[in-house]
Design a binder for this molecule. Structure first.
Ligand SMILES: [Zn+2]
Length: 193
């Protein structure tokens, strides 16, 4: 038994890192539509059906998670607008964020390791998406200290990466994100909404 386990570990360790795709389209198993524009700041709203799988676009580690929808129009707090949301920091150094989810697996807590394509949530209408067309809000940014929601929600337009990943091409936003962070700083001030 011990020998078999050791053999499996050996195989795992000699498998090339690029044996599987580095990037995956963040919605799996459902039809999607999305625009090349977003209100107020760069992000992409991926329209799809409630319950569709939100998967890790690349391998990495869970960053921040909101397992409870605390949003209310009375307070309209920026930190709560995403409702059930999760961000991961990829091995590429880029942070990926998805919000308005209906459910997040309980094992998704900060520091939890995920592989590209792993289910990290299910599409819904939580937060300020209540009553709107069901969609995954998808944001690309750089890692920050916890609670910097106005960076986490998106700094770089994701659509061209989404187009590539949908077509099965491994295109990384890491250089573009690093350039943008250099220009704007790690925690730029919130402007507007
Ligand atoms: Zn959005």
């Amino acid at each position: 038994m011990r020998l078999i386990v050791a053999g499996a570990l050996l195989i795992a360790s000699i498998t090339p890192a690029h044996a599987s795709p580095n990037y995956a389209f963040p919605i799996s198993g459902c039809a999607v539509t999305y625009a090349r524009a977003h209100h107020n700041y760069p992000a992409t709203d991926i329209l799809t059906k409630k319950g569709c799988k939100f998967v890790a676009p690349t391998s990495g580690v869970v960053d921040e998670v909101n397992h409870v929808d605390k949003f209310s129009w009375k307070t309209n707090k920026g930190a709560d607008r995403g409702g059930l949301s999760i961000s991961i920091v990829g091995d590429d150094g880029v942070r990926y964020y998805g919000s308005h989810l209906s459910k997040i697996p309980t094992e998704m807590v900060p520091g939890f390791r995920v592989n590209v394509g792993d289910i990290i949530g299910y599409v819904g209408n939580s937060g300020d998406a209540k009553g709107l067309a069901t969609h995954l809000h998808f944001g690309i940014s750089w890692p920050t200290p916890a609670g910097i929601w106005w960076v986490r929600r998106g700094e770089l337009y994701p659509w061209k990466y989404l187009d590539a990943w949908k077509a099965g091409k491994d295109v990384s936003p890491s250089k573009a994100v690093a350039t943008l962070e250099k220009k704007l700083g790690n925690v730029p001030k919130l402007v507007g909404y």
